[in-house]
Design a protein. Structure first.
Length: 211
């Protein structure tokens, strides 16, 4: 197995860690925003970085316009998080989180409020999922300020050069849904190549405690 990839066993371990981490993140999120968010079983894929934009666009093929929260994270576990909502979700989140339908305003007057709402949700959802994985892998993560794009076509919104095109990367994808609300989307966690060897060590260390 090439040093810049994970073995089948390591992928299985990582999958299990993600299942545990996302389960805990779901519980934390319910306490923070008092709304239950259902996260699907995370899916792992190993790709060349040059393939990432096409892969993500394919996952979003049923979406028209999207709103996107992008946030980088650093630690041994290093990469990029992309939180993707279908068109209109930002406005729905304003109404959902404010608990006051009178604050739901149409048209461009809520652009900034919509961005701030998406940033808030992104900080909570991305932070909870990555934070729990970092805890299990005994890592400390720092985050860049998130950036937001609203109502863009996936072809224009997905970063063209996420990492060095020749790099190998691990992509983690989950679907999420705000229970009892018509709001759902995707969370992509992209782990860069320089983290893979450190991730392998962390995964092996995680398993050592059970031997």
């Amino acid at each position: 197995m090439h040093e810049n990839t994970l073995s089948n066993e390591e992928l299985e371990i990582f999958q299990e860690i993600m299942n545990i981490a996302f389960g805990r993140a779901t519980s934390d999120l319910a306490e923070i925003i008092d709304i239950y968010i259902r996260l699907s079983v995370p899916y792992i894929n190993v790709l060349k970085a040059v393939e990432l934009p096409a892969y993500i666009k394919k996952e979003l093929k049923d979406c028209g316009s999207i709103s996107l929260v992008e946030q980088r994270f650093w630690g041994n576990f290093k990469g990029l998080a992309l939180l993707v909502f279908p068109s209109g979700a930002g406005k729905e989140l304003i109404a959902l989180l404010s608990n006051d339908k009178s604050e739901f305003i149409e048209f461009d007057t809520i652009d900034e409020l919509e961005k701030e709402t998406l940033i808030e949700v992104g900080n909570i959802l991305i932070g909870a999922c990555i934070g729990k994985m970092a805890d299990l892998l005994k890592d400390i993560i720092t985050f860049s300020p998130p950036t937001v794009l609203i109502e863009n076509h996936p072809n224009n919104a997905i970063p063209k050069s996420i990492f060095d095109p020749d790099d190998t990367t691990i992509i983690l994808r989950t679907l999420f849904r705000f229970e009892k609300k018509d709001i759902d989307g995707f969370l992509f966690l992209l782990v860069c190549q320089e983290s893979i060897n450190l991730l392998k060590k962390a995964l092996n260390g995680f398993m050592e405690q059970y031997k």
